[in-house]
Design a protein around this ligand. Structure first.
Ligand code: IPE
Ligand code: IPE
Ligand code: MG
Length: 259
């Protein structure tokens, strides 16, 4: 559905269709309270719950949360273990409620690195919620933007071996359709909590034209007011997609040519 791939400027004045969040600052939140880092991760799960509810209430249609990066596998084994356990527990506890709220859950990332138990929980959650359409919730776990582009190239070349002989035929759309979120519009609003102003390998292709919002608040303390502040900030952005202001019409905005 090409027309929904990018928010029109007129609609951008309202609610972003797709919000993508780097949930950062769990460890520092815990450290400031003389708690183990893992206590910050447990508290962070509560924020996830609240932000999902805010999105459902606000009319955001796609919410993508960065939970665990390809690079996070390098953290101490104990912390990785706790994060994986929290993931399993959250899936076991929350799926019923998500389903009742009309949330469709998907997980993107290199799934083969997870335990069999976690893979089963993910598959079950995706199956149970597959017919929901109110909010499309995607958890990026064992995910990296570079991994995504490489896996898209693998899939593309497998589907279209002919391209290797005619490389000039390769288009942005060919790659985009094999990315792990090919079914979703690109993120309109990117939020990173925790004070760092970097992208850390999250959705690097898809965020080409996202509005970037950074807040110092640590993820476990990020609340409804903070989320609404990000939405309000977004409403004041003028999304030009390379054009100049005068070219933007409120009624019939043109979208960029690429996928
Ligand atoms: C984000 O919080 C959660 C994950 C990366 C899994 P951090 O654990 O990165 O917290 P800080 O950045 O160290 O405070
Ligand atoms: C990014 O946070 C990944 C997630 C929030 C899941 P990190 O804490 O891993 O990022 P860096 O290392 O500070 O860039
Ligand atoms: Mg961090």
């Amino acid at each position: 559905m090409k027309s929904s791939k990018h928010m029109s400027n007129a609609k951008a004045g309202v609610i972003p269709q797709h919000v993508a969040i780097i949930m950062d600052g769990n460890g520092r939140w815990a450290k400031a309270r003389f708690l183990p880092r893992t206590a910050g991760h447990a508290q962070g799960v509560k924020t996830v719950r609240k932000v999902i509810e805010s999105c459902v209430r606000s009319g955001v249609r796609y919410l993508t949360l960065f939970a665990f990066s390809s690079e996070n596998w390098q953290r101490p084994q104990e912390e990785v273990g706790v994060l994986m356990d929290l993931f399993v527990q959250a899936l076991e506890k929350e799926v019923k409620k998500l389903n009742e709220q009309g949330v469709r859950l998907r997980v993107i990332g290199e799934r083969s690195r997870f335990s069999t138990k976690l893979i089963e929980r993910i598959e079950q959650a995706e199956r149970v919620t597959q017919h929901n359409d109110r909010l499309h919730l995607t958890i990026a776990a064992s995910y990296g933007g570079r991994w995504d582009i490489v896996q898209a190239m693998h899939a593309l070349l497998q589907a279209r071996p002919d391209l290797a002989q005619s490389v000039q035929d390769l288009t942005e759309a060919d790659i985009a359709q094999h990315l792990s979120m090919a079914w979703a519009p690109d993120p309109d609003l990117f939020i990173r909590t925790g004070g760092e102003q970097r992208v850390s390998n999250f959705l690097i292709w898809q965020q080409a034209y996202s509005e970037l919002y950074f807040t110092d608040r640590f993820w476990p303390e990020f609340d409804e007011n903070d989320f609404q502040a990000a939405l309000a900030w977004y409403q004041n952005r003028e999304r030009r997609f390379g054009k100049i202001s005068e070219q933007l019409t409120k009624l019939e905005p043109k979208e960029p040519t690429a996928c």
